[in-house]
Write a protein that binds this ligand. Sequence first.
Ligand code: IPE
Ligand code: IPE
Ligand code: MG
Length: 257
Amino acid sequence: MAIEEIRRPDLGGPFPEHIAIIMDGNGRWAQERGMRRVFGHREGIGSVREITTESARMGVKSLTLYAFSVENWKRPRVEVRYLMRLLRRYLVDERPTLMKNDVRLRGIGRLDDLPTEARRVLRETEELTAANPGMCLRLALSYGGRTEIADAVKRLAEDVERGELAVADIGDETLRRYLYDPETPDPDLLIRTAGEMRLSNFLLWQASYSEIYVASKCWPEFRKQELLEALSDYARRVRKYGGLVADRPSPPERVAK
Ligand code: IPE
Ligand code: IPE
Ligand code: MG
């Protein structure tokens, strides 16, 4: 184990096993500073590194980062090209940090859409880190929630056609088996940066009961301190899944005065 010690902060309540983040606001961050949008993407890599490392050290089991959506291909060609170059460089440069922190990297999404070289270094980094025992870092690349569900349904239907699955046996959990990464449990905490309050096609199936936290800071400024703020907010949430938790004592700040 390369990480000396997992240090889970005591925030007075539950701690999320799986955190998913919509890393938004790179362009705005740069433009507010009179720079071109792409500088925001470059700066965002620093946040990816810090949040990954801190999450791994705090004992988060899975971290899913929304890095590029299926819809993002619609952006100007120069921006898409820059993002793909950045991805390629990140996947190579980050290897020592991932190894040092025991992180396993995995891509989820329509990975075949990625340029050949990006696909190749992604595979290499996945293989290099596959046996790491710590946190799983899932990079959502050319990812779309609806696309994921459509892809899953297609494969499920093929199994029905082949007679390997009976229609009568299909339930919620059956569909999950056909998603990109069925082994990873649903995110407990879903963070979006830059103040926007929408899912933008992220983890539509898996986020059904995730606790949502919106940070006002843009992604390049979302660092350890901001992560801790999100975690302490999460520690005060009461998760009911449609049921009742009347017996649960209220955290101190929620007790009526
Ligand atoms: C998020 O930042 C990064 C990607 C979607 C690839 P944006 O590029 O969306 O930045 P804003 O939201 O336009 O500021
Ligand atoms: C969501 O951000 C996608 C990623 C963070 C990769 P967008 O910037 O693409 O989302 P919208 O367009 O504001 O909904
Ligand atoms: Mg955006």
